[in-house]
Design a protein around this ligand. Structure first.
Ligand SMILES: [Zn+2]
Ligand SMILES: [Zn+2]
Length: 183
């Protein structure tokens, strides 16, 4: 399903539907229909533009709709994919993901992202979330640290409503260790 791919990528970029609509030159309601699975809500050109903005590849199920034979000239979106991004350390922004190891600093949860096995990947191999390559706060290239060295922001936002961060972090680390033993 392409809808969730676009919705997740948009959220990973911290864009609202209104902001994305403005950047892509369409309406917010068209974006929300498209993210809901209605592929005809947006023109082919607009979908390509959105892929560029969100830095994702055209999902195969949409790419199939390309008129046969009319291909490469307009294929700019696919060829501009990974190169400058792969130098950064991508991280998964999902606090619930097993690629992020929690610990407690000053009584609050922080997460140390583990190295992603494929630096060029779009999605986290553990949880499927869209990987980030920049600090969501200051846009500095991501590093594999719990805090952004440029602005100090937490790499990964902790989940809400954790009553006992120490116990929560311990339980999660045990879970991560258990999964690693299975691999
Ligand atoms: Zn993940
Ligand atoms: Zn930052």
């Amino acid at each position: 399903m392409f809808g969730p791919i676009f919705r997740n990528a948009r959220r990973a970029k911290r864009l609202t539907g209104v902001q994305l609509a403005k950047m892509a030159g369409c309406t917010q309601s068209a974006i929300s229909q498209f993210e809901g699975g209605k592929r005809t809500a947006l023109s082919r050109d607009t979908i390509e533009k959105i892929c560029e903005i969100l830095e994702i590849e055209m999902p195969a199920e949409l790419a199939d709709e390309t008129p046969q034979g009319a291909a490469p000239a307009s294929g700019a979106t696919t060829s501009m994919a990974p190169s400058p991004l792969t130098r950064r350390e991508p991280f998964c922004p999902n606090a619930g993901c097993l690629s992020n190891v929690p610990y407690v600093v000053d009584g609050a949860l922080a997460f140390m992202p583990r190295r992603q096995p494929d630096a060029g990947a779009t999605y986290c191999p553990w949880c499927g979330e869209v990987l980030l390559r920049e600090c969501p706060q200051c846009e500095a290239p991501a590093t594999r640290t719990a805090f952004c060295p440029s602005c100090g922001a937490k790499r990964i936002e902790p989940p809400e409503g954790v009553a006992d961060p120490v116990a929560w972090a311990e339980a999660r680390r045990a879970e991560i260790a258990a999964v690693e033993r299975l691999i």
